[in-house]
Design a protein around this ligand. Structure first.
Ligand code: UDP
Length: 314
């Protein structure tokens, strides 16, 4: 029996992946990161004697097979992420998310991996019909990204049935936290915070009374580690905060924690937007003791502090 447990984190140089890597190292794991460094960044990872980083792509099965040797758990985060990006490039979305996940599952199976934890998305639900959203809500994705994330889940659970590979799929709601950058496909918190810090105008789409379940990255990390440590557990679980905040309230809190006077304008509703989103996290709580923190304002302040350093460093 090896003394040190080994985990692979695909997409480990990315926003969420790098936080999982840090937590695994603190818990004493040996960690192998596989990342193609397209959206991930090596500066997200500090050097560590138990951390090994390999640059490569999940579309390359031979590469994954080498990386997964003697590994116990794989956290699979490498993906082409986001609804808009998937509409712009559905082929890249499918190749990375569907074929990439098949490669991950095959490399895991042949390498004797015990468990795969797949990062999924609330995008698998599509238009939301009930609140809060339980796992048994209809699965009717309305973007290529939602479809490929659902496909990832179904593939992973098929590998459980076929080969006994344990698979837990975590459906993230609106994740935020340090290292989440502002880009063309960005989410509302990085967009607003960076706009605020640069003295730019924030645009609220619609009346701002739409709500989202913003979940801090530390809760997502805890969910991944807890799900991995529960022997025999397989299935799909919602990972949110269990609370919802309106976009108007978000703007007010960004003003409060940053101390900035914000310039806000209201524009047309964004086509295809859902009005409200809220996770029921009861299944994750019962399944692996998931307990989200309730410090949205504190976590937002922490994000603003990080973003300030980023803006200053440029
Ligand atoms: N939003 C906004 N202004 C922006 C970006 C987003 O008002 O510049 C709103 C958007 O219309 C949505 C909410 O913020 O209602 C969350 O958007 P995001 O893209 O972060 O997440 P999703 O809609 O996919 O849950």
């Amino acid at each position: 029996m090896r003394d040190t447990r080994t985990a692979v984190v695909t997409g480990g140089a990315g926003f969420i992946g790098s936080h999982i890597v840090e937590a695994l190292l603190v818990e004493g794991w040996e960690v192998r990161v596989v990342d193609n460094l397209v959206t991930g960044r090596s500066e997200n990872l500090e050097k560590h004697q138990r951390l090994y980083v390999s640059t490569g792509d999940v579309r390359d099965r031979a590469f994954l097979t080498r990386a997964f040797r003697d590994c116990e758990v794989v956290f699979h985060l490498a993906a082409s992420v986001g609804n808009k990006k998937s509409i712009d490039d559905p082929v890249l979305d499918a190749e990375t998310n569907v074929l990439g996940t098949i490669n991950v599952l095959e490399a895991a199976r042949t390498g004797g991996v015990r468990k795969v934890v797949v990062s999924s998305s609330a995008g698998v639900f599509g238009e939301l019909k009930t609140l809060p959203i339980r796992e048994d809500h209809p699965l009717d994705p309305d973007s290529p990204y939602g479809c490929t994330k659902l496909c990832e889940e179904k593939l992973a659970l098929a590998w459980t049935k076929l080969y006994g590979l344990e698979a837990v799929c975590l459906r993230y709601f609106n994740v935020f936290g340090r290292r989440q950058r502002f880009d063309a496909y960005g989410n509302v918190i990085p967009i607003f915070v960076f706009q605020a810090l640069r003295g730019e105008t924030l645009t609220v789409f619609g009346d701002g009374e739409q709500t989202r379940d913003f979940v801090h990255v530390s809760d997502v990390v805890a969910a991944n580690l807890r799900a991995a440590s529960r022997p025999g557990l397989s299935g799909a679980f919602n990972i949110g905060s269990g609370a919802r905040i309106s976009i108007n309230e978000l703007v007010r809190l960004i003003g409060k924690v940053s101390g900035l006077r914000l310039d806000v304008r209201y524009g047309p509703e964004r086509p295809g937007d859902v009005r409200h989103s809220l996770a029921d996290v009861g299944a994750a709580r019962d399944g692996f003791g998931y307990a989200p923190s309730d410090g949205f304002e504190r976590n937002l302040a922490d994000y603003v502090e990080w973003a300030r350093e980023e803006v200053r460093a440029r």
